[in-house]
Write a protein that binds this ligand. Structure first.
Ligand SMILES: CC(C)(COP(=O)([O-])OP(=O)([O-])OC[C@H]1O[C@@H](n2cnc3c(N)ncnc32)[C@H](O)[C@@H]1OP(=O)([O-])[O-])[C@@H](O)C(=O)NCCC(=O)NCCSC(=O)C[C@@](C)(O)CC(=O)[O-]
Length: 297
C-alpha cells in the first residue's frame, strides 16, 4: 500500500455552492489559482448544472475559462447530464464528475430523478467522455445516512457504486453528505464496497457536522483508502441537506496525514494562508489547523 494520499480539493465547488450571497467570479478564480500554488494535485473547480438549481455556480464557464491551468494540476468539474457535459467541454474541461446517491429521497431533491433514471442519464455522458478521453469520477452521496430517509442500507451503496463502476467511472467517491457517520461504520462501508471495486479506485468525501470527519478518514485510510476529498477552511454545506455543515477542512486533513507519515505534497503553511484569506472573504470561520499554523508563524 502506497504512502501517498491524493487530496481532491472540493472547496471551489462543494465549498461555495451553498454560500448565501453571490461570490464574485474573480474571488472564485483567485481561490482556485491560490489553491493550485499549494501543491494540491486536484481541484474541483465548479459545476455545469442548472442555474436555478445552484445559482452560486451559474458563472461556471467564466470561472473555468479564467483559471490559470497550472502544469500537473487537474481541474475536474461536476456535470449532471449531456447538456452540462457539452458546456464543460466547450470551455476545455478535461475531467468530469457525475453524481447520484444511495438514497432515492435525496436523489429526487438533488437531481430531480430516481437513482435508476440518474444512471440512464449518466450512461451517454460517460460514453461520450470515454470516447473523448475525459476521465470520469462518480459520486455516491448519502452513503452513511440521508437527511430525508435516515438509514441507508450498505447494500444500496454497493449497488450504486457498482453501477457507476460498470458505467465506466475511473474513480468512485463515497460521500457522507450530512456528516452523520462514525469511524466503524465508515470503515465497514469502505470494506464492503472494496469487495467489488478495488480500494485504489475509491475515494472518501466527509462532511464534519458531528466532528467525526477526521476520525472517519483515519479509519478509511486504515482500510486502504488513498484518495480523500476535502475543502479549504472547511467550506461547504449541501443545498439539499439541511443542517449539514462544511466538508472536512483540507488543512486539518493535511496536518493529520503528515502526522501519519503519509505524503500528500501540500505546503501546509501556504494552504493555511489560502484558508485564512477565503474565510475572511466569505466571513466564515478558519479551520482549526489553519488558525494554529498561522498563530505559530
Ligand atoms: C440535474 C438537473 C439539471 C435536473 O433538472 P430538471 O429540471 O429535472 O432538468 P430538465 O432536463 O427538465 O431541465 C430543466 C431546465 O434546466 C436546464 N438544464 C438542464 N441541465 C442543465 C445544465 N447542465 N446546465 C444548464 N442548464 C441545464 C434545461 O435546459 C431546462 O431549461 P429551460 O428549458 O427550463 O429553460 C438539476 O436538478 C440540477 O442541475 N441539479 C444540480 C444539483 C446540484 O448541483 N447539487 C449539488 C451537487 S451534489 C453534492 O453536492 C454532493 C456531493 C457531490 O458533493 C457529494 C456529497 O457530499 O455527498
Amino acid at each position: 500500500m502506497t504512502d501517498r494520499v491524493s487530496i481532491v480539493e472540493v472547496g471551489p465547488r462543494d465549498g461555495l455552492q451553498n454560500e448565501p450571497y453571490t461570490i464574485p467570479t474573480e474571488v472564485k478564480v483567485e481561490l482556485i489559482d491560490r489553491l493550485s500554488a499549494t501543491g494540491l494535485p486536484v481541484i474541483e473547480a465548479t459545476s455545469f448544472v442548472s442555474a436555478p438549481a445552484i445559482p452560486q455556480l451559474a458563472d461556471a464557464e467564466d470561472v473555468y475559462s479564467r483559471i490559470e491551468r497550472r502544469a500537473g494540476v487537474r481541474y475536474p468539474v461536476l456535470v449532471p447530464n449531456l447538456k452540462g457535459y457539452e458546456r464543460a467541454r466547450a470551455v476545455g474541461a478535461e475531467e468530469i464528475a457525475v453524481f447520484t446517491a444511495a438514497s432515492e429521497a435525496f436523489n429526487q431533491k438533488n437531481i430531480n430523478c430516481s437513482i435508476a433514471e440518474s444512471m440512464e442519464r449518466f450512461k451517454p455522458v460517460v460514453e461520450r467522455a470515454r470516447a473523448d478521453g475525459v476521465r470520469v469520477r462518480g459520486y455516491v452521496s448519502t452513503v452513511l445516512g440521508c437527511p430525508y430517509q435516515g438509514e441507508v442500507p450498505v447494500s444500496e451503496v454497493v449497488r450504486v457504486a457498482e453501477a457507476l463502476d460498470q458505467a465506466g467511472c475511473a474513480e468512485i467517491s463515497l460521500g457522507d453528505t450530512i456528516g452523520v457517520g462514525t469511524p466503524a461504520k465508515a470503515r465497514a462501508v469502505i470494506e464492503t464496497v472494496a469487495k467489488s471495486i478495488p480500494v485504489e479506485r475509491l475515494a472518501v468525501h466527509f462532511h464534519d457536522t458531528y466532528g467525526q470527519a477526521l476520525a472517519n478518514i483515519h479509519a478509511c485510510i486504515e482500510a486502504g483508502i488513498r484518495t480523500v476529498d476535502s475543502s479549504v477552511a472547511g467550506l461547504g454545506g449541501c443545498p439539499y441537506a439541511r443542517g449539514a455543515t462544511g466538508n472536512v477542512a483540507t488543512e486539518d486533513v493535511v496536518y493529520m496525514l503528515q502526522g501519519l507519515g503519509l505524503d500528500c505534497g501540500v505546503d501546509l503553511k501556504a494552504l493555511a494562508q489560502v484558508g485564512d484569506w477565503i474565510a475572511g472573504e466569505l466571513g466564515r470561520p478558519r479551520s482549526r489547523t489553519g488558525q494554529a499554523i498561522l498563530k505559530r508563524n
